[in-house]
Design a protein around this ligand. Structure first.
Ligand SMILES: Cc1cc2nc3c(=O)[nH]c(=O)nc-3n(C[C@H](O)[C@H](O)[C@H](O)COP(=O)(O)O)c2cc1C
Length: 204
């Protein structure tokens, strides 16, 4: 008799899934995956400082997990403005792109497949994470209820109350969209780099 595990579908109904099926190869778009076992994105807050740069530690972490059929990386900010937690990696500076290449090379060497998860956290941020200590941006100026995770003056991670964000103007929206579009271009080596990401401005 084949072993099965219980999962809960989106509708809340329990389903039995056979372990054999989990281990079967599957096609996902253009990719042939050896199994249905993927690794969910997990924020680790382990990027090298200063600069939120992925480095050998992150490469080792992902390489150790390359036997998953598919890895979705930890969420990675598309701009300094898009950062919401201390020490998360970005992909908006040349150094960060080189850091991610270390990671992808390590995963590929172990025959793994990895996708980068991009994020811009909006109001789930704090001035200490923003360029020039500016207010985080959001659709509306509504303060989140929970706490922000930031680095204090002693280099420790601490939880502090969120602040009321600045609401974005309609004219700013193309800039936010461009932050994502630029990342795609970066990965194809077609971007002109802003070496100091803190200089990223509306005009970039
Ligand atoms: C420590 C931690 C970090 C996480 N980081 C991310 C993240 O960067 N991006 C994301 O989409 N989800 C993130 N998640 C959500 C997980 O990927 C996953 O969806 C969640 O834990 C629920 O998994 P489950 O349905 O298997 O219980 C995080 C979860 C945890 C516990």
């Amino acid at each position: 008799m084949s072993e099965s595990i219980k999962t809960v579908s989106e509708g809340g109904a329990a389903q039995q899934v056979s372990v054999e099926r989990l281990l079967e190869p599957v096609r996902l778009g253009p990719y042939d995956l050896p199994s249905r076992l993927g690794m969910a994105p997990l924020t680790r807050s382990r990027a090298r400082q200063p600069g939120n740069v992925p480095f050998s530690l992150n490469a080792c972490y992902y390489e150790q997990r390359a036997s998953a059929a598919l890895i979705i990386s930890e969420a990675t900010q598309v701009s300094q403005q898009g950062q919401g937690y201390a020490w998360t990696p970005g992909i908006h500076s040349l150094e960060q792109v080189e850091g991610w290449k270390l990671v992808t090379s390590a995963v590929h060497k172990s025959n793994g497949l990895i996708f980068l998860q991009l994020w811009h956290v909006g109001r789930i941020s704090h001035p200490s994470l923003q360029p020039d200590g500016m207010l985080p941006v959001a659709p509306s100026a509504i303060k989140p209820r929970e706490m922000a995770f930031i680095e204090n003056d002693h280099g420790e991670g601490v939880l502090v109350p969120f602040v009321t964000p600045r609401s974005l103007q309609i004219e700013e929206m193309p800039y936010i969209v461009r932050q994502y579009a630029r990342k795609r271009e970066c990965s194809r080596g077609r971007v002109r780099w802003c070496r100091d990401s803190r200089r990223e401005r509306l005009s970039s």
